[in-house]
Design a protein around this ligand. Structure first.
Ligand code: HEC
Ligand code: HEC
Length: 197
């Protein structure tokens, strides 16, 4: 009886590896059409080319995963992404986050206004943005990278936080930007977009 199944002992490890390969390939396959969808707005390499649309490349994995769950559950309301994540499994969300976190940031800010840049640097330092986003603004865990993000998106999202329109987003940010003038937001966006990613 034992003898008849001895081949299993030899085959099982190979079989396991083959099944794992199949499962990974299947996950990769299911991700490809989604990635093509995301690419239309967030860029094929995760670096967005559209005004007010965020780049995802090089963001902390945890930040991306959190945001994707919030967006899927409709807690962070993004009209442009309505329905995009319907029925996307947790495993696929983790894979999407991993994918974008691993892509290199390609920041292409326009010309630098030295006075504005310097003012933004001073403001961000005085307002201690680096306590959460790190002193080099690379972000960590649930805190997004700001360095090298699109300038228009940085300004757009800071305006949303300040006016309490950032539904479903961390209230810490509304508190951090409470009462800050639009000129100051512009200076910080100018500086952060030009900070090396
Ligand atoms: C039709 C355009 C569109 C498509 C398609 C789209 N997005 Fe978005 N996405 C946006 C916009 C616009 C925002 C920012 C909205 C805002 O903050 O006002 C956003 C925000 C995000 C954010 C939050 C980023 C941040 O820095 O706060 C993540 C993560 C994200 N999208 C991931 C994805 C993924 C993954 C896909 C594909 C499954 C996808 N998006 C498809 C337009 C799109
Ligand atoms: C107490 C911690 C904390 C401080 C201080 C802080 N932030 Fe944030 N910030 C966060 C967190 C957490 C998020 C993610 C919000 C979410 O989950 O929706 C965020 C998000 C942002 C975003 C949105 C980026 C994106 O990709 O969606 C911008 C822009 C930003 N912060 C700028 C700033 C600036 C500028 C300052 C200083 C004036 C600052 N933050 C201070 C914690 C902080």
């Amino acid at each position: 009886m034992m003898r008849r199944f001895r081949w299993l002992q030899w085959c099982a490890p190979g079989l396991g590896a083959a099944l794992l390969w199949l499962a990974t390939a299947a996950a990769g396959q299911s991700l490809a059409p989604r990635l093509a969808q995301c690419a239309a707005c967030h860029g094929a390499d995760g670096n967005a080319q559209i005004k007010d649309f965020p780049s995802l490349a090089g963001q902390p994995r945890v930040f991306l995963e959190n945001q994707l769950v919030m967006i899927r559950e409709g807690m962070r309301d993004i009209p442009a992404m309505k329905g995009t994540l319907d029925g996307v499994s947790d495993a696929d969300i983790a894979a999407l986050a991993q994918h974008y976190a691993s892509l290199p940031v390609k920041s292409t800010p326009g010309a630098q206004n030295t006075a504005l840049f310097e003012r933004g640097r001073q403001l961000a330092s005085d307002m201690r943005c680096g306590i959460c986003h790190l002193p080099n603004y690379q972000g960590r865990e649930q805190m997004p990278r700001l360095a090298g993000q699109r300038e228009d998106y940085l300004l757009h999202s800071m305006r949303q936080f300040r006016s309490n329109q950032a539904v479903g987003r961390d209230t810490l940010m509304a508190a951090a930007l409470y009462g800050v003038s639009d000129q100051d937001l512009q200076a910080m966006a100018h500086f952060l977009a030009r900070t090396p990613p």
